[in-house]
Design a protein. Structure first.
Length: 77
């Protein structure tokens, strides 16, 4: 968050001085690649905060590599 705010301040200053913000092009020669993730999985709580954190970490790692069956993780209640 600190870095984002720093970049925004620098960008605002550049525009105030009549320059383009660093890293921004008014006209891009091609499509600018963006990467997002909008996967939604139902993950029931286990009842234990430690287990919940570990389960979410495991599912997040599996989704990050494209394993969209990650929501099918067995949960011991």
């Amino acid at each position: 968050m600190i870095l984002l705010r720093k970049l925004l301040r620098e960008g605002i200053r550049a525009v105030q001085e009549g320059q383009d913000p660093k890293g921004w092009l008014k006209e891009s020669p091609k499509v600018v690649p963006t990467f997002t993730q909008d996967t939604v999985l139902r993950v029931p709580k286990t009842g234990d905060d430690g287990q919940d954190k570990e389960l979410l970490r495991e599912i997040g790692q599996r989704v990050a590599v494209g394993d969209y069956s990650a929501g099918a993780v067995a949960v011991e209640a």
